[in-house]
Ligand binder design. Structure first.
Ligand code: ATP
Ligand code: MG
Length: 588
């Protein structure tokens, strides 16, 4: 199946932050880019919270809305930059009064309410390391992460405390303070609001070296046990620059990132990057619901929207009618991240919303967007795009185990177009992770011959666009063919009856592996034998030899909480193997 590139109107190209890709790449250098940030007054270093909040709070944007918080009932609370400065100063002072020292870990476990942003940014001001947890985690994943991260402060809601924390509290010896967003129901917690109101808000951010640890992010756990990636304050430069390039974010934009700050996307782009640009950040407390999302886009007059493939696929399956009911004149740019974005969804955006979806690629480890389709450049549906200015990417030849082959300390870079290899990056951008907490060996294994190895397989076309093939451990070897599950899933999803697909390899004595697809159906489609046969024939027509031999209907494909189809779980269930770490599986 062929999808034509989507070209941009001249007006959109002229207004974009990156108008000419080749020139931007040639001219870019991280040191010079640093002048986009102000740094702490008096040359005392670089602190994320200063760049995100304080520098706007004293300038012309002081009274601009920093956070537009939409609660579950769609009541909106607006917080200006000046107000956010005061609240975050108070939080930093409060930490000091509680005896919390710079470098200690402050965890958050709560939905997207104002206190979350105040706690995150206030803790960064105080020099603490922030670790945001996804609020739907159960007690055990919370305990594991708090233990690994040695959290000394936890900010949460009274309900989450009662349901998730109280039973594990005595197994968390490092946890000295629990701050709750509502009333303190028991003496072992402190009510946050009155405590903030009681302190003297005068606060000066202490000198902060760009190498000071700032964030501890756990990965999505798609391929195994989640890893705790450590990021430093200097990362803010990458957040800022990449948001301008890859999300086309401008000062004054209304920006909505639908990812929860418990995942790296929701922190780098749901909190930090848009604030450094002086944008208004929409903080939506609600869960995914197609109608609600269109309402938020419309009512908040969102200009730039950053979301994920699963959500877009759901919107698409609700049909164009629902989209057309909502007027979205303000919407200028749509981007997606987290897992492969099927070309059909990119084209749906163009046809139904009048804007293509711009896919981009990065990882918890990279801290910021690395590869993207850009506002002024043509979008190639199905491609992740090209490396950002300042980012050097490459593809490395693979060995038997599917990962980059290292011989005598050296790897071989693939230079020919359209050849699959492990995607690798040259370290050197500011938001590169500095380690996996407590797992130095796992960190070391990520590097070879001057490259960071991503664990993802991709190919590159003649114009330098990268195309995702799969994760190194997901790629299927069938009858001598290497099959990327994403390609098969994308083809199946081009069929109108299919909402989503997950594809795995199952062992076969002859072929090595057979391609097997699990498919969830669009509203209205019936899981009949006829449809199954039709889908198998459809796959064979589009894919030839690598088409799925077997198709199973499953309306509850397992997803990570960050929205990815969990192929490792489909596979474990299929083979009757242990299911592994399930802490990040979304409960249906
Ligand atoms: P874990 O490392 O614990 O297995 P994870 O890799 O899913 O989990 P994240 O760091 O949240 O954790 O996700 C990064 C991964 O998501 C990438 O390595 C890639 O496999 C996938 N991904 C992100 N963006 C894209 C994209 N645009 N297209 C295809 N895959 C993507
Ligand atoms: Mg990963």
């Amino acid at each position: 199946m062929r999808w034509d590139p989507i070209r941009k109107p001249q007006a959109a190209r002229a207004a974009a932050n990156l108008t000419d890709y080749a020139t931007a790449c040639r001219d870019f250098d991280w040191t010079a880019a640093g002048s986009a940030l102000s740094g702490l007054p008096g040359g005392r270093g670089l602190n994320i919270a200063h760049e995100a909040v304080d520098r706007h709070a004293t300038g012309p944007r002081a009274t601009a809305v920093a956070l537009s918080c939409v609660d579950r009932h769609e009541t909106v609370t607006e917080i200006t930059y000046a107000e956010l400065k005061e609240q975050t100063d108070r939080f930093a002072v409060l930490l000091g009064e509680l005896g919390v020292r710079p470098g200690e870990r402050v965890f958050t476990l709560m939905g997207r309410a104002p206190e979350l942003y105040i706690a995150v940014l206030g803790a960064l001001k105080a020099g603490c390391v922030v670790s945001p947890l996804f609020p739907a985690f159960g007690p055990e994943p919370i305990r594991q992460r708090l233990t690994l991260g040695e959290g000394s402060v936890l900010v949460t809601t009274p309900t989450l405390y009662r349901r998730r924390i109280r039973e594990i509290r005595d197994r968390l010896p490092a946890l000295r303070h629990v701050l709750v967003t509502g009333e303190a129901e028991t003496p072992d917690v402190t009510a946050l609001r009155p405590a903030l109101a009681a302190v003297n808000p005068a606060f000066t951010i202490p000198a902060t070296s760009p190498e000071t640890p700032a964030l501890l992010h756990f990965t999505s756990g798609t391929t195994g046990t989640p890893k705790g990636a450590v990021h430093v304050h200097g990362a803010v430069l990458a957040h800022h620059v990449t948001a301008a390039f890859a999300l086309d974010l401008h000062a004054g934009d209304v920006f909505w990132c639908t990812a929860d700050p418990g995942w790296v996307t929701g922190m780098s782009y749901g909190v930090i990057a848009p604030l450094t640009h002086g944008a208004t950040v929409v903080c939506d407390e609600g869960d995914f619901d197609a109608k609600r999302w269109y309402r938020v886009l419309s009512a908040e007059r969102v200009n730039v929207w950053y979301t994920a493939p699963t959500a877009l696929r759901m919107l698409m399956r609700h049909g164009p009618g629902l989209a057309k009911e909502h007027d979205l004149p303000a919407l200028r740019f749509i981007a997606s991240v987290g897992e492969p974005l099927n070309p059909e969804v990119v084209v749906w955006g163009q046809e139904v919303l009048g804007l293509p979806v711009h896919d981009n690629w990065w990882q918890t480890e990279t801290g910021a967007i690395m590869i993207a389709n850009f506002a002024a450049e043509e979008v190639r549906p199905g491609s992740m795009g090209r490396p950002l200015p300042g980012i050097e990417a490459g593809l490395l030849a693979r060995g038997e185990d599917g990962r980059a082959q290292v011989t005598g300390g050296h790897v071989r870079e693939i230079t020919e177009p359209d050849v699959e290899g492990e995607l690798a990056l040259r370290p050197g951008w500011p938001s590169m992770f500095r380690g996996y907490l407590g797992e130095p060996a796992r960190y070391e294994k990520c590097f070879a011959d001057g490259w960071y190895l991503t664990g993802d397989i991709a190919r590159r076309d003649t114009d330098g666009y990268y195309w995702f093939v799969g994760r190194a451990d997901d790629v299927i070897k069938s009858a001598g063919h290497l099959v990327g599950p994403f390609e098969v899933e994308s083809v199946l999803m081009a069929h109108p009856a299919v909402a989503e697909a997950g594809v795995i390899g199952t062992p076969d004595p002859v072929a090595g592996e057979l391609v097997k697809a699990f498919v969830s159906l669009a509203p209205g489609a019936e899981p009949t034998e006829d449809l199954r046969r039709e889908l198998i024939a459809f796959g064979r027509r589009e894919l030839g030899a690598v088409a799925p031999k077997e198709i199973v209907f499953d309306q509850h494909l397992p997803h990570t909480r960050s929205g990815k189809v969990m192929r490792r779980l489909l596979k474990a269930r299929e083979l009757g193997l242990p299911e592994g770490d399930l802490s990040t599986v979304e409960q249906p």
